[in-house]
Design a protein around this ligand. Structure first.
Ligand code: NDP
Length: 429
């Protein structure tokens, strides 16, 4: 989708058809969140590395400003992103089409994220083999997070400015309010591209998500430096989260039907989430274990593995069922499921996983999130940050999706809600 200079008529049309609905607290939220979230990332990293690791300690263990910067950090970050741009452009894997856009066309996407993960892991193994000091990522967490956040701001400004050259049909349904702060935050353009390179699709599953695996491995190597071998708790956290990232990339095509790609514009909210929030807050459990080693009994470890396995099974099966149904409802694995018709011509599943609760995939995801915190024991709240934050995020996301589905499907959605009354947790919520 190349940016084209809009004509005068087009810009008049753009202004007259701007969206009015606001999410995330509207302008106030859009002003406060970009300040609050970066401070939260710095705060969490500082607390997790402090001896007390307590979110209740006062004053908070803020680092000296000298600890926020290291010249190697921007070089590492830019090198990492360049590597992933190169891997994205590699002509391997298939090319898939996205959903139908407003102008009746479909965009093409390379499905080679799993290749990018495998090549990244191979390169990391090579680095380990050459005794590269991967454990020093622990000391570099703050400078790397600062650089990732700086990059997120720069990219978001670029995206906001270039969106004014995008044709009207290329704007996201919710990102065109005319309020610069809100539109900058929520994202104006739906699928910003440089030539064939899709910026949102690239950021969604590659540098940040695979970066999370690298940060985790760095924490594991730091533990090896300090205590000669990785603990069982650290191995579990690394393995669970590697499985989650590998799964996302193995099923990369499924991201093409998610809310992020189909509905949300590419603005600060997603850019920051993809490039800074995911790698530097999702890795908190591994960072916590470096300073606060935990011993796990075999029974404890087996129970946690079982919980993660159950969560993963529900998550994967339900996501695959819906994805298969949306791509080909006649496929034998979904053709016998009960459905209800909607006025749009699309049908809604009311049996199988999507007949259990309205978001079975969120249920599985939350069970896994809990399993990732348990290896850190019960002495601190901080390793549970992810599961607490993620519960809030998914409850909020479920409400957003519900609003969009009600607008799309009207009475049929109400019928689905009556038939499947629980949202995420059966008989609870
Ligand atoms: P979902 O995959 O849950 O998709 C929601 C869409 O599915 C709806 O908009 C609707 O779209 C369709 N749908 C809803 N109900 C039905 C039904 N009964 N039958 C058929 N289609 C239905 O969206 P998300 O993007 O929120 O989640 C994808 C995955 O990503 C989840 O597993 C989630 O847990 C995970 N996730 C992880 C995050 C993380 O940070 N770790 C963050 C966010 C999500 P339509 O009808 O138009 O097809």
């Amino acid at each position: 989708m190349k940016p084209t200079m809009g004509s005068k008529n087009q810009s008049v049309k753009q202004r007259s058809s701007s969206t009015t609905e606001r999410e995330f607290g509207g302008t106030l939220g859009a002003t406060c969140i970009p300040i609050f979230l970066p401070l939260t990332v710095l705060y969490l990293i500082s607390v997790v590395r402090s001896p007390a690791a307590s979110v209740l300690q006062w004053p908070p263990p803020l680092p000296p400003t000298g600890h926020l910067w290291a010249p190697v950090a921007p070089a590492l970050l830019l090198g990492w992103i360049t590597l992933h741009v190169f891997l994205y452009l590699l002509p391997c894997g298939k090319v898939s089409e996205g959903l139908l856009l407003k102008n009746g066309t479909r965009l093409k996407y390379p499905i080679n994220g799993f290749h990018a993960l495998c090549i990244s892991v191979a390169l990391l193994m090579l680095l380990l083999w050459t005794d590269a000091p991967l454990g020093s990522l622990f000391e570099l967490l703050l400078p790397l997070a600062v650089c990732a956040m700086g990059l997120s701001f720069v990219l978001s400004v670029y995206l906001y400015v270039r969106s004014f050259w995008a044709p009207h049909h290329a704007l996201a349904p919710g990102g065109n309010t005319g309020n610069p702060l809100y539109d900058f935050f929520i994202g104006r353009e739906l699928n910003p591209r440089i030539g064939g390179f899709d910026l949102k699709y690239f950021c969604e599953l590659r540098p940040g998500l695979i970066g999370w695996v690298v940060v985790n491995l760095g924490m594991l190597m730091k533990e090896v430096e300090l205590r000669d071998s990785p603990s069982l708790a650290m191995i579990l956290v690394n393995s669970f989260q590697l499985l989650y990232v590998a799964d996302a990339l193995w099923n990369e095509e499924a991201v093409l039907t998610t809310m992020d790609i189909v509905h949300d514009g590419f603005g600060f909210m997603l850019v920051f989430g993809d490039l800074a929030w995911v790698p530097f807050t999702y890795s908190l459990q591994a960072a916590f274990l470096v300073v606060h080693p935990q011993s796990l009994s075999p029974v404890g470890a087996a129970t946690i593995v079982l919980l993660n396995g159950i969560g993963y099974y529900i998550f994967r099966k339900s996501n695959s069922q819906k994805n298969q149904f949306r791509r080909n409802p006649m496929h034998p694995s979904v053709s016998k499921l009960e459905t209800i018709a909607t006025a749009t011509g699309k049908r809604l599943l009311v049996s199988g996983w999507w007949g259990l609760v309205r978001h079975p995939n969120y249920l599985g995801d939350l069970l896994m999130a809990f399993a990732w915190s348990l290896p850190c024991g019960f002495s601190h709240l901080l390793p549970y940050f992810y599961v607490i934050y993620f519960t809030i995020l998914l409850i909020h996301r479920e409400a957003r999706d519900e609003r969009q589905c009600r607008a799309k499907y009207g009475l049929a959605w109400d019928a689905y809600c009556r038939r499947v009354p629980y949202r995420i947790f059966p008989y609870i919520y």
